[in-house]
Design a protein around this ligand. Structure first.
Ligand code: AMP
Ligand code: GLY
Length: 428
């Protein structure tokens, strides 16, 4: 099998690493990739929004599966582009079509969907600039903190949570009247604040059946103790100690099954990953958001725990035979910690030489913002790399991750030293 994987982060290195281990893989290409993906396959200089270029490449290299890492090409309709072309329609696209990707691409769509199919989520209303006054009145009716969400994709920045009512009204005005997030905030969802601990649950579906992958928790804030600015994600652990069998049973019955059934009832053919961003409110799961892709850095701990051949699962998705496939997991804990450039998520420097990458054998190093400069690896982004380790439990896994992180360095490198701090495992 030949595979083209789109994306360039730690998520894509982890997925590529797994694809490369498949007994069925012939050629693996990653576009545009990073220095890590080039170790498990061949990087191709193609932009993820260049559908025409991607299509031509797929035909030239006889690609069997196009695996789409990030949301943007999915929301922009790459699956539809492939489906509409006779030759390209033979390529199995792992990732939903444009309509299905609305689960992530439009907060208003996903909230309506959840309401219609009785999927637990925060209560909400949607506003445009034509009913701004009603938006203010709705804010008046809620208690602080106030949650405002730009409807469309806003590079992870479209959710604003404020404690002050007047500031929330100002924010609503700036999103709707001043197009703070451009078109993405032409509609704004205002919702009730939910108090609890978040976790991420992943499902792969062929539109008929689904398989649940290991759950994970990610750490979004830059500072220890979950303080400071939001980032793309600073680390992740899997499994999540509070995701007990009882809790996961609720997740499956109250969230996953109604979602899959709802998609079918809407006539939406969803093929790919669904990422359920959940929050545990007094032991009940509520959906904070859907994403139409895997999470990053969750993938860097979830994929290492998948024992089954990932290409078998992709084949199941493409041929709608997922129900016949086995999904086996590694019982061990996996923890991953991101090493980032000093200053991130604000301004930071690139092109810093990374040392200590060779000689680490008992952890995996998933590259995110890296590139190769001759024989040296240099940083090329805010999140630079993720060190992931297995362990008998969270404590042992984290100890190994931190030990190996301490061997890697570049100028002004930073990482959180408290990943997993809030969810210690009960002593075994
Ligand atoms: P989203 O992009 O929808 O995942 O939102 C970004 C982050 O905002 C989430 O990961 C949560 O931490 C937080 N958030 C979003 N909606 C809510 C809510 N209704 N209650 C509490 N926190 C929320
Ligand atoms: N880790 C959260 C995300 O990928 O959106």
């Amino acid at each position: 099998m030949n595979v083209l994987l789109l994306g360039s982060g730690g998520r894509e290195h982890a997925i590529g690493w797994k694809i490369a281990q498949s007994s069925q893989i012939d050629k693996l290409f990653i576009a545009p990739g990073n220095a890590g993906t080039n170790q498990v396959g061949t990087n191709v200089d193609l932009k993820i929004n260049d559908f025409e270029g991607i299509g031509k490449f797929c035909l030239k290299e006889k690609i069997d599966y196009l695996v789409v890492g990030p949301e943007k090409p999915l929301v922009d309709g790459i699956a539809d582009y492939f489906a509409a072309d006779k030759a390209l329609s033979k390529v199995g696209v792992i990732g939903p079509n444009k309509e299905a990707a609305q689960l992530e691409g439009s907060k208003d769509f996903s909230k309506k969907f959840m309401k219609k199919y009785n999927i637990p989520t925060a209560k909400y209303q949607t506003f445009t600039k034509d009913n701004l006054e009603e938006g203010y009145a709705y804010l008046d009716s809620l208690k602080a903190p106030y949650v405002l969400k730009a409807d469309g994709l806003a590079a992870g920045k479209g959710v604003v949570i404020l404690d002050d009512l007047d500031k929330a009204k100002e924010e609503l005005n700036s999103m709707l009247s001043d197009a703070k997030f451009g078109d993405a905030s032409s509609k704004v969802v205002i919702e009730e604040f939910l108090d609890g601990v978040e976790l991420s649950v992943f499902v792969i579906t062929d539109g008929q059946s689904y398989k649940i992958l290991p759950e994970a928790k990610d750490y979004k804030r830059i500072g220890e103790g979950d303080t400071g600015l939001n980032t793309g994600g600073m680390g992740a652990v899997s499994p999540v100690p509070f995701a007990t069998l009882g809790f996961m049973d609720k997740v499956e019955n109250q969230v996953i099954i109604p979602t899959i059934k709802g998609l079918k009832a809407e006539g939406i053919d969803y093929r790919g990953f669904i990422f359920f961003g959940l929050i545990n409110v007094r032991r009940d799961p509520y959906v904070i958001e859907y994403n139409c892709r895997m999470g990053d850095p969750e993938t860097e701990v979830v994929i290492p725990r998948l024992k089954s051949d990932i290409l078998e699962l992709f084949e199941g998705v493409a041929t709608q035979t997922l129900s016949e496939r086995d999904v086996l997991f590694d019982e061990r804990t996996a923890t991953g910690v991101m090493m980032v450039s000093g200053g991130y998520p604000g301004e930071y420097k690139k092109e810093k030489t990374i040392s200590g990458l060779t000689g680490i054998f008992d952890s995996m190093i998933f590259h995110a913002g890296t590139k190769q400069d001759g024989p040296t690896y240099v940083s090329s982004g805010g999140r630079v790399l993720c060190v992931t380790s297995y362990g008998k439990n969270q404590e042992k896994s984290l100890a190994k991750t931190y030990e190996n992180l301490s061997k890697i360095s570049f100028e002004d490198a930073y990482y959180r030293k408290d990943i997993g701090f809030d969810i210690p495992e009960p002593k075994k």
